[in-house]
Design a protein around this ligand. Structure first.
Ligand code: PXG
Length: 441
């Protein structure tokens, strides 16, 4: 099906995101169609999608119900505003999402991406503290190696140096960071949540002493970090963060852009690991990646704090033209229907033992320094190549793709996150190709 012009014809105009543009354009990898667990590239080759398309397509590709819902909606009403106007779909979707959300997080603000969800959550936290008379609480706490998208709020609380250092001092002031929880010395090759590191949550107590609880608005963490190479929360860590934040009147925000919609089992990681935050963000799997959309869940209590003052006053000066976009809502409703009908949030739990065994079969391959896995996620970390950090990870990724497996490289870690419709034979094929790529890299 190579009937589109190859990029060599006009590769220079598209400035690609988070990509080594010159390297890519010299040797492009182009996907053209997708169905189930597979992409087909522009050479007509089938590639197993080991990434659910950057953690998005949890129900697999090409779901007809979503395609049809989107087509119907775009024909019926392409766009309608939600500022001082409305249409039924975001109300319906918010109600539906509240049913699967962690208990009490039943008020929903719509965005268009994970980045917008992170920035929205931070703004809700600041405005909430002010609304309840805690206006001195302006400080935000993130974590090293965290990814909360690329808005200025998100990179300020984020902890990936490369995403911050080119942007000078234009980040949010008054931000501090908890230490990350990656510890190969104590936790390498642990199956499931690492045993060591709960005490890293106590660093929050030190930040409270340093800055004063009365100056801290919120702590934001990914329950499991995806982008930095799959970093899992140590056993008891999230519980400890919850206790400390509650004790000091600090809001706890979970960024579930990656963990939401079944990735680690249950609808959200909050439910899998039994910790309920005050605010929860999502995107990606909300629409199965089909149409850009994000959402922020807040507790009734937080929402209620905004619903004060004169009835005619706008309670929260924030929103996006496309908040609750009808086509995105249609995609999300159809997606949620599939998740429920196929019981997909349980799949990550059911397949977890098989997935783990498959991953741990890579343990003794050359240069493998750690394997981290939970739900239907895995990070396989390699010793860096003598030529520099990240080279081996990229090399494994490149070889995998050549051999028909789409994986994701983050430095010297390969991340896998297949769609929740994955079957054992796909897992076997993925691991075989990955093993081969590791041996050759
Ligand atoms: N928060 C988290 C936890 C994310 O993982 C975002 C926010 C930002 O979402 P948007 O929709 O603005 O991109 C993300 C995005 C990777 C990878 O390789 C991960 C993301 C994006 C691209 C690549 O792991 N996560």
């Amino acid at each position: 099906m190579a009937n589109h012009p190859r990029p060599a014809a006009s590769a220079e105009h598209f400035w690609m995101p988070f990509t080594a543009n010159r390297q890519f354009k010299a040797s492009p990898r182009l996907l053209e169609s997708a169905e189930g667990m597979y992409y087909t590239d522009t050479d007509g080759r089938q590639v197993i999608d080991g990434t659910a398309g950057l953690w998005c397509c949890n129900a697999g590709h090409g779901r007809r119900e979503i395609t049809e819902a989107v087509s119907r909606q775009i024909a019926r009403m392409d766009f309608a505003p939600t500022f001082q106007m409305g249409h039924p779909l975001p109300f319906e979707l918010a109600e539906r999402l509240a049913e699967i959300a962690p208990a009490g997080l039943n008020r929903v603000f719509f965005t268009n991406s994970g980045s917008e969800s992170a920035d929205t959550a931070l703004k809700v936290a600041l405005a909430y503290q002010r609304a309840i008379g805690q206006g001195s609480r302006t400080r935000l706490i993130g974590r090293e190696l965290a990814y909360h998208g690329v808005g200025f709020g998100g990179i300020s609380v984020g902890g990936m140096g490369n995403n911050r250092k080119a942007f000078g001092s234009s980040l949010l002031p008054g931000v501090d960071h908890l230490p990350h929880t990656l510890d190969l010395t104590r936790n390498a090759f642990t199956r499931g949540l690492p045993e060591h590191g709960v005490e890293l949550a106590d660093e929050l107590e030190r930040l409270v002493i340093l800055h004063g609880a009365e100056n801290i608005a919120a702590v934001i963490v990914e329950p499991m970090s995806g982008s930095a190479g799959v970093i899992l929360p140590p056993q008891g860590y999230l519980q400890r963060l919850r206790e400390i934040t509650r004790k000091h009147g600090i809001l706890l925000i979970f960024d579930e852009v990656i963990t939401g919609f079944g990735r680690v089992g249950e609808a959200f990681a909050a439910q899998r690991w039994g910790v309920t935050p005050d605010i929860l963000t999502c995107a990606k799997g909300l629409t199965n990646g089909a149409v850009p959309m994000g959402a922020v869940f807040v507790s009734e209590q937080i929402h209620e704090a905004f619903m004060q003052g004169p009835e005619g006053a706008i309670e929260f000066f924030h929103g996006y033209t496309y908040s609750g976009h009808p086509v995105a809502c249609a995609a999300a409703l159809a997606t949620q229907e599939i998740y429920q009908r196929e019981n997909l949030f349980q799949k990550a739990i059911e397949l977890e033992p098989y997935w783990q065994d498959a991953l741990f079969s890579l343990q003794d391959l050359p240069n493998v320094t750690d394997i981290r896995t939970v739900g239907l996620v895995a990070g396989i970390q390699f010793a860096p190549h003598a030529d520099g950090a990240g080279k081996r990870g990229y090399e494994v990724f490149r070889r995998c793709f050549e051999d028909g497996l789409l994986a994701r490289a983050s430095g010297d870690t390969i991340a896998l996150s297949p769609a929740l419709i994955v079957e054992r034979e796909h897992i076997d094929a993925m691991i075989e190709r990955l093993a081969d790529a590791i041996r050759k890299s």
